[in-house]
Design a protein around this ligand. Structure first.
Ligand SMILES: [Zn+2]
Length: 346
């Protein structure tokens, strides 16, 4: 755990400071506190008088920074300001959301800012402007859509065919949805997760989504993939294959390796792959709930990274990430552009 650095004078303190969700001020000794548990971002502040520690305990997102500073004895105000500045600079303290008077559930950006280095409000604003299509006829599609809505993605369309069956329920669809068209039931699940999320049709509309997730089928339907490539729309396959959740490769047409690149690599490993793939194309695979939830969580985290591009590409760039909940293993598999594919990726 590292020592809290001295705050940079140029850092603006939030008007209503709040600790990131889940973080607490923990006592390590009479004059020492720790904030955060993970050594990557947790810090220790020492040499603190009791009034400063008391003020730090009062950071709740509802108390103004001026009221907090007034809690410290006058000779310690600058020390408290320095600690608050240091915490703000590290992203452990941020501006609280404006108070809401509605009973609607809020959006969760969680601890994302610690990993991404971006502040909470910018992350939320960016997500709110994003549109994602989740195309799939099984449990994964709805599980992913519900999580994306709760994370604050502004528009989440589930493009699903058919009606909900008893094999679909458990991670978004309910028993009452059985027999209801999946598209309609999934939109209901998204609205339950976040009533502010738009769910209308993006497919075929003027607004291209930032990302299309192709879920549930081990092999996405070639005609769907062809249209996405033609329109230059980024897409990400997500499926559970025999108990292993697989996310990726992320396809940014013309930049990353495409699904045809992956097929060419697979065919080199197994010459009969095209025949197998033809039988699987567009067909949803049934999967256990735990495998679905693990895979959905991984897919959502990668999706949120795609929606907030950073200097470092996400792990699904030219690669798949496989999660095996039974063996508790995660594997990365590299799928580089194939020299015989004409998708333009190098
Ligand atoms: Zn390709």
């Amino acid at each position: 755990m590292s020592e809290l650095p001295s705050g940079d004078e140029d850092v603006m303190l939030p008007l209503f400071p709040q600790l990131l969700p889940g973080l607490e001020v923990l006592e390590r000794g009479v004059d020492e506190v720790q904030i955060g548990l993970d050594p990557r971002h947790g810090v220790v502040a020492s040499g603190l008088p009791p009034s400063v520690i008391e003020a730090l305990r009062s950071i709740d997102g509802r108390t103004t920074v001026h009221s907090l500073l007034a809690l410290a004895e006058s000779e310690h105000t600058e020390q408290l300001r320095d600690v608050l500045t240091g915490l703000t600079e590290l992203g452990l303290v941020s501006e609280a959301d404006p108070p809401t008077h509605s009973a609607e559930p809020g959006v969760e950006a969680g601890l994302w800012s610690l990993r991404s280095g971006r502040d909470q409000s910018r992350t939320k604003a960016r997500r709110a402007h994003c549109a994602v299509v989740v195309r799939g006829d099984g449990r994964l599609a709805v599980a992913i859509a519900v999580l994306l809505a709760k994370a604050g993605v502004g528009h989440v369309e589930v493009a699903a065919e058919g009606t909900v069956t008893e094999h679909d329920v458990g991670c978004g669809y309910t028993d009452d949805d059985i027999g209801v068209p999946r598209r309609k039931a999934a939109a209901g699940a998204v609205r339950r997760s976040n009533p502010a999320t738009r769910t209308g049709r993006l497919v075929g509309g003027d607004r291209l989504p930032e990302l299309v997730l192709l879920t549930d089928a081990v092999v996405p339907a070639p005609e769907v993939v062809g249209l996405l490539v033609q329109d230059g729309v980024p897409h990400l396959p997500v499926r559970v294959r025999d108990g292993i959740g697989i996310v990726g490769p992320l396809v940014i047409p013309g930049r990353t390796s495409c699904l045809r690149c992956a097929d060419l690599h697979r065919t080199e490993l197994d010459s009969r792959w095209p025949r197998i793939a033809g039988q699987l194309a567009g067909r949803p695979q049934r999967a256990d709930l735990a495998d679905v939830q693990a895979c959905a969580a991984l897919a959502v985290a990668q999706t949120l990274r795609v929606l907030s591009p950073a200097d470092k590409p996400p792990p699904v760039w030219n690669a798949t990430v496989e999660i095996d909940p039974y063996a508790a293993k995660v594997k990365h598999r590299w799928w580089p552009p194939h020299p015989r594919c004409h998708c333009g990726a190098r």
